[in-house]
Design a protein. Structure first.
Length: 222
């Protein structure tokens, strides 16, 4: 296990402490979430089931003996745990490096509490150091790319990748994210855009950060 993996594992194990027994929860996608699923399985906590955000997560949940339920089968979720590609002091995030941003945003919106787990390298003062994923319908790929250029971005098609919903991902560099809520809304208003990886209208409620000097639990800092 690399040192970065160790920090991810620290954050993931801490997040298990927030899981309520005999309740449902939502589980995100990605390398840090993998550690969370494994830690949850090892904990012995009895939950009713978990809503998955990707095929990858579903497969790991099944391997670890965690019962999967569909979001349509539950009336909201007490808790959603997921990682981030970047997260700032307001707990706004860029997500979707794994291509599951649509399901992640849906499950986050259905959850009472959203806990982001990450290693300290993901904590940034300003969003935009990583490309912003934008999920688009295949027939609108070129149209949306031209509109993203007008917004100041540099979109690149994620080659050889299709989302679980059969859509494409444009990874966009160089966007001005000084006002990330406005940008999230502007991109989502483009015809052909399904959703984008800015999580600003629904930020995390809590950030569990794996750091070299231990685990830090942070709330939004104004």
């Amino acid at each position: 296990m690399t040192s970065q993996d160790e920090l991810k594992c620290l954050a993931a194990r801490k997040a298990v402490e927030y899981v309520q027994e005999n309740e449902y929860l939502g589980i995100g996608t990605g390398s840090t979430v993998k550690f969370f699923i494994e830690a949850l399985a090892e904990s012995g906590l009895r939950i009713k089931g978990a809503v998955s955000t990707s095929v990858q997560t579903s497969e790991l949940m099944k391997k670890c003996g965690i019962h999967e339920v569909a979001l349509n089968e539950v009336n909201g979720l007490p808790l959603y745990v997921d990682g981030a590609d970047e997260v700032n002091h307001l707990l706004q995030m860029i997500k979707g490096g794994g291509g599951a941003l649509l399901n992640e945003k849906i499950v986050a919106s259905a959850s009472k509490q959203f806990i982001c787990i990450a290693d300290e390298s993901k904590y940034v003062s300003r969003l935009g150091h990583v490309p912003l994923p934008v999920e688009v319908t295949p027939n609108a790929r070129s149209l949306v790319a031209r509109r993203l250029l007008k917004l100041g971005g540099d979109p690149n098609l994620r080659l050889g990748f299709t989302t679980d919903h059969g859509n494409l991902i444009l990874d966009v560099n160089n966007l001005n994210l000084n006002e990330p809520i406005k940008m999230e809304n502007a991109i989502n208003n483009l015809p052909g855009v399904v959703d984008n990886g800015l999580f600003t209208n629904r930020p995390a409620d809590l950030l569990i950060l794996g750091c070299a000097d231990g685990v830090k639990v942070l709330t939004a800092q104004s």
